[in-house]
Ligand binder design. Sequence first.
Ligand code: ATP
Ligand code: PRP
Length: 219
Amino acid sequence: MEPIKIALTKGRTEQQVLPLLEASGIDCSGLRNKGRKLIFNDDPRYEFILVKGPDVLTYLNNGSVQVGIVGSDILDEQGNSQYAMLNLSVGQCRFVLASTADFNPQQQRRKIIATKYPNITKRYFEGIGEDVEIIKIEGSVELSPLIGLADAIVDIVETGNTLRENNLRVYAKLQPVNTKLVVNRLALRQYQPQIKTLIDHLQTADQAAVEKKLVKERS
Ligand SMILES: Nc1ncnc2c1ncn2[C@@H]1O[C@H](COP(=O)(O)OP(=O)(O)OP(=O)(O)O)[C@@H](O)[C@H]1O
Ligand SMILES: O=P(O)(O)OC[C@H]1O[C@H](OP(=O)(O)OP(=O)(O)O)[C@H](O)[C@@H]1O
């Protein structure tokens, strides 16, 4: 039988999902010691490809892969949340509106907002009936209000360390983020039993990891 192709987001998502894949009984030995390789088929049931987050949906929508593992930040930004089949407990963080201590959310002048996520930012400000100028940047977003590029930022916060260390504060909390498993609709029909098995095993592994963490926190 053909292996199910899974596009896994490189970086943080890959690091956090790897233990769950292993706990699901999937051989991830290649992914553990990957070097510069991008395709892994140590487990004959699955073929993993490592891609950038936004590209997960490109491969998935095109049918090149059947399954994707990606952050909800990217699904929300690309407007593709309808494909999500499983919520994982990893990759949890939140979008916030943040700026310097002297930022005035009621300022009269049209605000300039810097972000890696222009669509999420646009939707947020449209939702509160405010017209803003959005500047798309690719990283180190926290710099922009400090250097005078923007009045405020919309970005992801996890521990809050980056905001704290750059003397920024949160002015509004937007939607939460977590890692999701997404499936190509056509593939769902063609590979239903295999995809269901994958989802069941991952869900069980994720629940066990959550419980283990809770027990550790309580002790
Ligand atoms: N603290 C965090 N900051 C950003 N993303 C996080 C955080 N915690 C979990 N995530 C999740 O991990 C993904 C980001 O992973 P990563 O930081 O490796 O990539 P990136 O910063 O988007 O890409 P790159 O650094 O390669 O430009 C996000 O899509 C999000 O779902
Ligand atoms: O609340 P924290 O735990 O500090 O995490 C949040 C930071 O992590 C992300 O940046 P990333 O490390 O992906 O770097 P980037 O600036 O290159 O996007 C995000 O954009 C914040 O800057």
